[in-house]
Design a protein. Structure first.
Length: 345
């Protein structure tokens, strides 16, 4: 927890530096409200400009806790806990949960299972949900993989059932959806300039108060205490999945991270060490960052061709940065790695 806390405050310091100081003008446009929140097992920072900023952030914070209570896999009152402990019986769920499960099934299908929310028991076995890290033996992984199959989830409106031996987790979707919900709340309060950091997820509303684009730093997966590049965005989310976020070093001296490949039950190691997705929909960005990390160099093109309005930044395991052409004039490489535009045709 101390490492994540340190990284959080490093991120906030870097983001604050990039945003610049707030104008001291008393105009409504330049009134800013900032709040730190801990929820969904991560540190969050919300910042909104405008006379309604305080009220907007109050409601956004309530919504964050509401979603956490619905979507957490560890809270015994949550929808996910109820589904996972229903012994295969049908469970009534909230609208948010139904929407996210439907999205997970859709992305699971379109990415050929690269995103599979039934991977949760394997994730637990590695210790990524408990902090009791260890390398499972192959027979245990093979046994757990027998129950990993998103296609066996049955969702009919607000009722869902999963096989008795399966469990689900919406960790790959929840923060992206939460960012979208926060933006929706901000707009309802006539906020047109805001930015939030939800762990590795950054989402911006409009532009900065002075009309310039938000500048969002993306971490260097090889030196997580440093930034790798800066991208300029307006009304977009910038969401990253990487092998440096939650990891441990095993007794064999190898590093193991929390993004598990449903194909073999081991941390995904398919050519990428970091995947950043930039787009207007935070939920899509969150899903895709995980799915593409798992799909890797051999499968990412088949996925991103279906999202022409989104942009992507990949870091490969041979220390190269690849990015899509839509951000050519909004991308600044500040690392020692080489960066090149990729052709997805």
């Amino acid at each position: 927890m101390s490492l994540r806390k340190n990284l959080f405050f490093t991120v906030i310091a870097a983001v604050s530096m990039l945003y610049g100081c707030t104008n001291n003008s008393k105009s409504d446009k330049n009134i800013s409200v900032t709040r730190d929140v801990f929820a969904m097992d991560t540190y969050m920072n919300l910042k909104a400009y405008g006379k309604n900023g305080e009220s907007a952030i109050d409601e956004a914070e309530k919504r964050i806790y509401e979603l956490e209570n619905e979507l957490s896999a560890t809270l015994q009152t949550s929808d996910i806990w109820k589904i996972n402990h229903a012994c295969g019986a049908e469970t009534a769920i909230n609208d948010d949960t139904a929407l996210l499960i439907a999205k997970a099934l859709d992305i699971g299908e379109s990415t050929h299972g690269a995103l599979d929310i039934t991977i949760f028991p394997v994730l637990k076995e590695w210790g990524f949900t408990t902090g009791k890290y260890h390398i499972p033996n192959n027979s245990k992984i093979d046994s757990l993989l027998e129950n990993v199959d998103y296609s066996k989830i049955k969702l009919v409106e607000n009722n869902v059932s999963i096989p008795e031996s399966s469990e689900i987790d919406l960790g790959a979707l929840a923060k992206g959806y939460t960012g979208d919900e926060i933006m929706k709340i901000f707009r309802s309060y006539n906020i047109d300039s805001a930015i939030v950091s939800l762990g590795g997820n950054v989402q911006a509303l409009g532009s900065k108060p002075d009309g310039s684009s938000w500048k969002v730093a993306v971490r260097d997966p090889y030196s997580p205490e440093m930034d790798m590049c800066v991208v300029e965005v307006n009304n977009k989310a910038v969401i990253t999945s990487g092998n440096y976020e939650r990891l441990f070093t095993g007794d064999d001296g190898s590093r193991y991270w929390h993004i598990i490949d449903p194909a073999d039950g081991y941390p995904a190691d398919n050519g990428f060490v970091s995947v950043t997705v930039i787009g207007e929909n935070g939920l899509n960005c969150d899903c895709l960052s995980t799915a593409i990390f798992v799909a890797g160099l051999g499968g990412y093109k088949d996925i991103i061709k279906d999202y022409p309005s989104y942009d992507f930044v990949f870091v490969t395991d041979d220390k190269k940065i690849l990015y899509t052409s839509g951000i050519t004039d909004k991308f600044q490489n500040i690392s020692s790695m080489t960066a090149e535009v990729i052709n997805i045709d």
